[in-house]
Design a binder for this molecule. Sequence first.
Ligand SMILES: Cc1cc2nc3c(=O)[nH]c(=O)nc-3n(C[C@H](O)[C@H](O)[C@H](O)COP(=O)(O)OP(=O)(O)OC[C@H]3O[C@@H](n4cnc5c(N)ncnc54)[C@H](O)[C@@H]3O)c2cc1C
Length: 404
Amino acid sequence: MQDFVKLLGLKHRREVAGKSAIFNGEHFVLEETDWYLLNLFRLWWHYGISFLRLQMWVEEVMEKFMRIYKYQAHGYAFSSLEELLHSLGGEAFINMTQRSVAESLLEAGVTQRFVDDVIAAVLRSSYGQSMLLVPAFAGAMSLAGAQGNTWAVEGGNKLVCSGLLKLTKANVVNARVTSVSLHSAEGKPLYQVRYEDEQGQDSGFYDMVVIAAPLHHGKSTLTFENFDPPIPELLGSFQPTVTSVVHGYLNSSYFGFPDPKLFPFASILTTDTPNLFFNAMDNICPVNISSSFRRKQPQEPAVWRVLSQRPLDKQQLKTLFRSYYSVQVTEWEAYPYYDSAKTLPPIVLHDNLFYLSGVEWVASSVEMISMAAKNVALLAYNRWYQDLEKIDQKDLMHKVKTEL
Ligand SMILES: Cc1cc2nc3c(=O)[nH]c(=O)nc-3n(C[C@H](O)[C@H](O)[C@H](O)COP(=O)(O)OP(=O)(O)OC[C@H]3O[C@@H](n4cnc5c(N)ncnc54)[C@H](O)[C@@H]3O)c2cc1C
């Protein structure tokens, strides 16, 4: 994503400082302060060296994960998610998609209290589900993001997508794909893609097709025709996540601050507490931040984004906000529900028919999908030109070191 931002001449959005805290439904279990050393001291006081162990665990995973950028720079690709993970971190990385982040962290010496207070809160905010379900690999990605080095694009992240489309001069057909059927031409497969829009139905023939939307059972209406054996149905379900963007006055009393002026937090995470009706909320900033921009004072009306598993009812909105001007609700089928499928989806569905979105079952983020998209592009290219030495190679770390 960094490369795309550079290539398109875009900029990172300016950071606006804001403190976070973790709420357990009754009080804050951890509060960030303005002082770095005090934050460290608090972490140490509450949780011993757990946060250092967490940091070492995350860094080890990220260091290995980042090998992918080197492999891709040398044109190497992988035909399955298992091969990709194995080349980065061996069997351990594959195991990290099968066992929970909580289990892995406890094994790495992180205490149960730290897991219950801090890890649970980060995962409820990023994946809307319990750390007992989220696999260790997805957990590591999300915990790496929680260390404060994430960024957004000035003007909105969507500028990356629109900029790339323009740059590639892609011919975009704005329509819903309904089916892909297999034909052949001179012994080579040819795929007919049918689509529909308000004007009606149409289709086109393609040498290669990449499906970049979830195909999982119940989620997709796209069908595959003429394939023998048929394209298997992918099992698994998705975790609903509701975002409510509320413009209003925060009810700071609910969080134990009767005087709204004294409420210091811009981001509130929550622990896995039964009956706690929201996962996280944060005071959001516009996509363009001018030099004079400042966060609203806590007693002023501000725009908050609340993440919850179900739409908030009136009573719940009243609990979080003293009063509000507007609420915009979006219900997402956000991320895989991680307990529901244990095998990773395939990348190659047929000779030149590829599936991209399966990588979300390893971890769901814009960076992951970009990395997987580059893998599919390299894979399709290498297969097309029969450059098989660039596919599923073993011992790549050694190979890329010795290649010029
Ligand atoms: C609430 C929420 C917050 C998130 N926050 C973050 C974050 O902070 N950082 C981060 O890195 N990631 C975040 N993610 C995850 C991130 O959005 C996804 O990983 C990413 O969007 C996946 O990109 P994609 O292109 O694979 O899929 P999508 O962005 O889902 O795009 C798929 C596209 O395919 C289209 N489509 C579907 N079916 C068809 C069809 N039959 N025909 C034609 N088009 C079709 C869809 O309309 C959609 O436009 C968040 C996700 C959610 C839901």
